[in-house]
Design a protein around this ligand. Structure first.
Ligand code: SAH
Ligand code: AVI
Length: 345
């Protein structure tokens, strides 16, 4: 239950505005964060532009502005996902905590941890000294989450990890029992193979009796799905465009972002939303760090994200295959979103 003291309590001091002193919070930097982030970003972009069809890693959507825009998306009337999942957590967080018993909460892709608040409140009822370990590649979102949690839950000990999902697994050896959280249907942004590998790794790193709470967006009417990714206020479009704004700023890509269009459509066969940046005119994308340039033709689309939509009847056997058993399934009246509380067997 208690956090292993072997994890160093070092918070980076450089440019770190979260007032950690006097709180029980720390922000750890995963090893990859020490590497040259621009070089890593450039290499990922180059690999994606060499692929056919061309695609970019959606992880890079979340710089400071991307994280802010994502939060704005969650407040758009068309984007039902966050509201629906939040209502499930509001209603069932106490039930979830009773089913698992006291646990350390480890969250993958926690963002600003807004919805996690319901769970923190429920677990505080077991003991006010809850430990919460959010993991995210977005430094600004983690800082925002730490600030908000310190205010709302001063007794909660936040040990945040600035790093990737893969780097989160190192934390698992130090804590038990665990409730691992993967909310928001973020798993839907991984392809089939990536998500299978991810679930296998989660199962392998949990001990029997540990739990995994997984939030997934369920398959539904194409019109509702496409509206959620094409909000009228244009926030989804700004989120897609921001990836190229980031490339210009961090990589010197020299893209004229006024020549890009956000295109999000549902592929009924693959049961996924596919989000693209369509180039309205031909452009050359520069990667000076790698001394590479890429010609993008007029009308060409670059895939920036997929968002898979789920059927419980296929997801559940997949989870059972990797070693989980279902404790409870929580879903809303319209069956738009589901929370699966799974136990490692
Ligand atoms: N869980 C929150 C945020 C979802 S947005 C919610 O449900 O509202 C997805 C989050 O995952 C972002 O904060 C993004 O920075 C993070 N993320 C995306 N890819 C990641 C990766 N490979 N490793 C760690 N975090 C990642
Ligand atoms: C974070 N993830 C689950 C969002 C989704 O719905 O796939 C990302 C997103 N992209 C555009 N809108 C929302």
């Amino acid at each position: 239950m208690l956090f292993d003291p072997r994890i160093p309590e070092t918070a980076p001091s450089r440019g770190f505005p979260v007032p950690l002193e006097g709180t029980r919070s720390v922000l750890l930097q995963a090893s990859s964060q020490g590497k040259d982030p621009a070089l890593e970003f450039a290499a990922s972009v180059a690999a994606g532009l060499e692929r056919r069809p061309r695609s970019l890693d959606c992880r890079f959507l979340y710089d400071e502005e991307g994280s802010r825009l994502y939060e704005e998306i969650t407040r758009q009337p068309e984007y039902y996902l966050t509201r629906t999942e939040a209502s499930l957590l509001a209603r069932y967080a106490v039930d979830i905590s009773r089913l698992t018993g006291p646990a350390t909460l480890v969250e993958f892709g926690s963002g600003y941890s807004v919805k996690t608040d319901y769970l923190l409140s429920a677990y505080e009822a077991w003991s006010p000294e809850v430990s919460y370990l959010p993991v995210d590649v977005s430094d600004s979102a983690l800082r925002g989450a730490i600030c908000a949690i310190n205010r709302a839950h001063p007794a909660v000990r936040v040990i945040a990890l600035h790093g990737t999902f893969e780097e989160a697994f190192a934390l698992f050896d130090h804590v038990s029992p665990i409730l691992a959280l993967f909310l928001g249907s973020t798993v839907g942004n991984m392809n089939e193979e990536e998500s299978r590998d991810f679930f296998t790794r989660v199962a392998d790193h949990l001990r029997p009796g540990d739990h995994f709470l997984l939030g997934v967006d369920l398959l539904k009417d194409k019109g509702l799905l496409e509206a959620a990714y094409n909000d009228a206020a244009g926030v989804s479009a700004a989120f897609t465009g921001n990836l190229f704004v980031r490339m210009n700023r961090e990589l010197g890509s020299q893209i004229d972002t006024s020549g890009l269009e956000h295109v999000a459509r549902f592929d009924a066969e693959k049961e996924q939303i596919e989000i693209h940046a369509r180039f309205l005119r031909a452009q050359t994308l520069e990667l000076p760090l790698l001394q590479r340039s890429f010609r993008i033709e007029a009308g060409e689309e670059i895939l920036t994200e997929i968002s898979r939509k789920y059927r419980i009847e296929t997801l559940l056997p997949e989870m059972e295959t990797v070693g989980f058993r279902l404790r409870r399934l929580f879903t809303d009246e319209r069956r738009w979103f589901a929370l699966l509380l799974l136990e490692k067997g």
